[in-house]
Design a protein around this ligand. Structure first.
Ligand code: GAP
Length: 543
């Protein structure tokens, strides 16, 4: 059962309830145009900057600022704890980005890791043919959703959505159109019929978003791997690739890890690290980057047992996502119908980003494809002798593959909201990042009500007492209300205010970011209570 209450535990003792200062009139989280707001907020508050911005940036490459780097590290740490520390059958690895180029021949990336690209001759812009077609299909999906909404309004309480979707003439017509396009596209791709893909784009009358024309080049396959030269020889002998996934570092180390850590199959190897893909992208922020980070795990199993493990990891990975307090209705599984030739099951965990439902993590049952290919290419045996059945075999693999940057974007999308507030006859607005405390960059802000009369000194002492236990921030600038807003905007879950009463009775006000409730708590009980709120063990046990 996923743990959903990460931030809802209330301090049971040592506290007196004060008052909720504000009434929240309306809370607006990710809406259709909030993507732009999230990008702007990320920059303004030091989460994400465009890379080398003073030179006008570099497409689809980003830098993480002071809060962004903390959030990213916290997500990575939480994943590592959940995958490596919490599972005694999973061990860690940190393999190099550069690998012998034969690795990528064996894995199929040299020959098959391609995107079908098409150029518009007027705008000179390059697009992924599959994305152009997918965006065209999305228009039919939107039409379906509009019709469903109309039905909802028309029929009111008696509206039966699933029946409407199954019977309404307009919905069925648009669904049929989607299936027809998808079938045609898949037929072209599976037979390498690139002129068929071009014809489909022309038949659908897809225009270039820049020039508005249908003046297209032929479709060509474009390999996504970045290559560079190793050593001083300028011919092809030094050609190497920047890894496009971390998984191959795990496969080639399978026996090293199994033997050195004395593991028996089934067991898993997990690693996090950078991956690089020469993606052709348009304004998708962290969703599709050229340099990004993956958190992957390959779980090696006895052939024939892979479906059990696939189901096991499918559920476990979803539980991990939900343990972060993200909204369950924003998630869905998307089972692959058309499987890659090496997979016998595959599912995406999708999230409802402001740009629609999109993949954040993949879980794949990859059979023995990768190890078998590496065995053939390297000439080295990659087999495991299973003492329980006295047999030697190439293990099957269940993979879980999560993009760290995409997870970062997911958490920002889920957390970002603006709220209309009402307090003592006045309306105001705040922007708040409702991040789970465990991943929030700053856990605790320590704020003296005013700088004078010994309050700043006391606050500095509290800060000094706590800073090695939690990531804390001391702030004594501006009025207290403005300081709360600043902390809300960076997602700090708890604020401590030191006021005149604190001098008298060693108590402080503890303010909760999401409810804005304020409670009085004894200083002596503060550390223990915040520790309880950040209880990672409790979260991990719930997965
Ligand atoms: N080893 C399997 C693998 O790499 P994938 O579906 O290509 O599978 C796994 O990638 C995950 O990596 C994706 O679900 C996504 O979260 C992340 N990812 C892939 N390409 C990305 C990109 N260009 N930018 C950001 N994240 C990406």
């Amino acid at each position: 059962m996923p743990f959903l209450g990460a931030f809802h535990g209330l301090f049971a003792s040592n506290m007196a309830y004060l008052r909720p200062n504000y009434t929240i009139l309306a809370s607006m989280s990710t809406g259709s145009d909030s993507f732009k707001d999230i990008v702007a907020h990320s920059k303004e508050y030091g989460y994400v900057f465009p890379s080398s911005e003073i030179y006008d940036g570099l497409g689809a490459v980003y830098d993480y600022g002071p809060y962004g780097s903390e959030l990213k590290k916290n997500i990575r740490d939480y994943w590592w704890k959940a995958m490596v520390h919490a599972n005694d059958d999973v061990v860690g690895l940190d393999s190099a980005i550069f690998m012998n180029p034969r690795t990528w021949k064996a894995s199929g990336h040299v020959d098959n890791f391609n995107d079908p690209l098409i150029d518009n001759k007027d705008s000179k812009k390059r697009y992924r043919a599959d994305v152009l077609i997918e965006e065209h299909i999305e228009k039919y999906r939107l039409k379906i959703e509009k019709d469903v909404e109309k039905g909802r309004v028309k029929f009111g309480d008696s509206f039966d959505e699933s029946q409407f979707r199954a019977t309404n003439v307009n919905v069925l017509r648009n669904k049929a159109k989607i299936t027809e396009i998808e079938t045609q596209f898949e037929a072209c791709m599976s037979t390498g019929n690139l002129s068929g893909v071009k014809k489909l784009i022309e038949d659908l009358e897809i225009v270039c978003p820049e020039s508005g024309t249908k003046n297209w080049t032929d479709v060509r396959q474009f390999n996504l791997m970045f290559s560079t030269q190793m050593g001083s020889v300028a011919d092809d002998s030094g050609l190497i690739y920047l890894r496009p996934e971390t998984a191959q570092g795990i496969f080639v180390n399978f026996l090293n890890v199994q033997k050195s850590s004395r593991r028996k199959v089934p067991f898993g190897i997990a690693q996090t690290g950078k991956a690089f893909r020469n993606e052709i992208v348009a304004r998708q922020f962290l969703f599709r980057m050229k340099e990004f980070e993956q958190m992957e795990m390959q779980f090696f199993v006895r052939p024939g047992t892979e479906m059990e493990w696939y189901q096991h990891w499918k559920q476990k990975r979803m539980n991990w996502h939900l343990s972060l307090g993200t909204r369950p209705d924003k998630y869905r599984f998307h089972d692959h119908i058309n499987l890659a030739h090496y997979a016998n099951a595959a599912v995406d965990i999708e999230f409802d980003f402001p740009i629609g439902f999109k993949e954040v993590e993949g879980i794949h049952s990859r059979t023995d494809f990768d190890l078998r290919r590496h065995e053939a290419e390297s000439g080295r045996k990659l087999r495991y002798f299973d003492p329980e059945i006295s047999e030697s075999y190439i293990p099957y693999v269940v993979e879980t593959s999560l993009g760290l940057d995409r997870m970062f974007l997911l958490l920002l999308s889920d957390a970002f909201c603006t709220e209309n507030l009402h307090q003592e006859g006045q309306d105001s607005e705040r922007t708040v990042l409702k991040l789970a405390p465990i991943v929030a960059p700053i856990k605790l802000a320590i704020l003296p009500l005013v700088k004078k009369d010994g309050l700043a000194e006391m606050a500095e002492k509290v800060f000094d007492d706590l800073r090695f236990d939690f990531s804390c921030q001391y702030d004594d600038k501006d009025a207290i209300g403005r300081r709360y807003r600043r902390q809300d905007a960076i997602g700090t879950p708890f604020c401590i205010t030191i006021d005149y009463e604190s001098l008298r009775d060693e108590s402080v006000t503890l303010r909760y970011r999401d409810s804005m409730e304020q409670r009085r708590i004894k200083l002596a009980a503060l550390k223990e209570n915040i520790q309880e709120e950040l209880n990672v063990a409790k979260m991990l046990r719930s997965i």
